[in-house]
Design a binder for this molecule. Structure first.
Ligand code: A2P
Length: 338
């Protein structure tokens, strides 16, 4: 079996960390692993396959002997270093938003559009979608294939780990401070996140939507290769550490019953139906944390329209929403293209 020289860019971050774990758990055929971060992380190391791997500083010459680069250190670093890595002969799987809407870069969720990976040679980059988009399209795909989708109305309840390590620390610190009767210090978000919900993720754009909302809208169309799907989104940050939850309302083109949706999703790759309201069983962020699947429950017909379905979709934003999806892309790349 062939094995590959892999680099993780942003290895010390919330997603980078999860990528290292995911590569090990899935036995990705790693010949060598390079862990890259900033100078701040010099001296740190991670254990991988029973060996300690030191963190190196990301530099222009970091990619000389690398075949696959998994990037997760922020958009501006991807903009600068992904082309440098590609020039050195590396294929980049980019977890930032830098290249997602580039027409020459495939935007891939393996359960939905794995065939798009074939277009990677144009730029040498494959983009990993936004975390909230990934889990939504995994759950939408079987319905899209069966009856077509006209419109999606989604509201998200997103965990702080999606913002990175600093946000995980901010929620813990604020929670501890408030429970001790002290003031909460606000650094990462525009307002306090502890015991609060923030209807703003990322910055606002001219149309009044946030960038996160526009990502869900535009990326869904690109992944399904279907500009006719109407999507509207409200994205909300909630005081949860791991696991994004989404209320997804779907208007289908042909009629589908709730039972038919349950049957379809029960067979769908990457999906687990958790839906027994009588026993108070439905997907929860605390159960999805650390898991690979996208969990779907509360599946019911939207009685306010002729062809409507409501469901509740939950996944670990650092795993399926980021690291796992990137490693799955790398697996297909390695098996079929390298
Ligand atoms: P470092 O830990 O050395 O700052 P998160 O999204 O969890 O905050 O993680 C961001 C990741 O991106 C970290 O691994 C961080 O490394 C890395 N990073 C941030 N700035 C740079 C930089 N200028 N060069 C290399 N890596 C960087």
């Amino acid at each position: 079996m062939k094995s590959y020289r892999v680099a993780v860019v942003g290895a010390t971050g919330a997603v980078g960390n999860e990528i290292i774990k995911t590569l090990a758990q899935r036995n990705f055929p790693v010949a060598s692993l390079k862990l890259l971060a900033s100078e701040r992380s010099l001296g740190k190391s991670f254990s991988f396959q029973d060996k300690s791997v030191p963190v190196e500083v990301l530099r222009e010459d970091s990619f000389k002997d690398v075949q696959i680069g998994l990037f997760s250190a922020g958009g501006s670093l991807s903009e600068k270093f992904a082309p440098i890595a590609v020039k050195a002969g590396c294929v980049v799987v980019d977890n930032t938003s830098a290249y997602r809407m580039d027409p020459d870069v495939p935007l891939v969720v393996p359960e939905v559009n794995p065939e798009a990976i074939a277009r990677y040679p144009k730029k040498g980059i494959i983009a990993n979608p936004n975390c909230s988009t990934i889990q939504m399209v995994v759950a939408l795909k079987p319905i899209y294939d069966a009856v077509g989708i006209k419109r999606v109305v989604v509201s998200t309840y997103q965990a702080v780990s999606g913002t990175g390590m600093k946000a995980i620390e901010e929620l813990s610190r604020q929670t501890r401070a408030l429970m001790a009767g002290e003031d909460a210090v606000v650094n990462v978000y525009p307002h306090r996140i502890a015991f609060n919900c923030l209807p703003q993720i990322d910055v606002f754009t001219e149309n009044g939507y946030t960038k996160e909302e526009m990502k869900m809208i535009n990326e869904t169309k690109k992944i399904f290769n279907d500009d006719a799907i109407a999507v509207t989104a409200t994205t909300v940050r909630v005081p949860v550490f791991y696991g994004h939850s989404e209320s997804v309302n779907i208007e289908t083109i042909k009629k589908i019953t709730a039972q038919e949706v349950k049957d379809l999703l029960a067979k769908a790759p990457g999906v687990r139906v958790v839906d027994d309201p009588a026993s108070r069983v439905y997907p929860l962020a605390i159960d999805a944390a650390g898991q690979d699947e996208t969990f779907v429950g509360r599946i019911r017909e939207d009685e306010s329209i002729a062809h409507g379905i409501n469901m509740w979709v939950v996944a670990d934003n650092l795993r399926k929403g980021a690291a796992l999806n990137a490693v799955q892309i790398a697996e297909i790349l390695a098996q079929k293209y390298l």
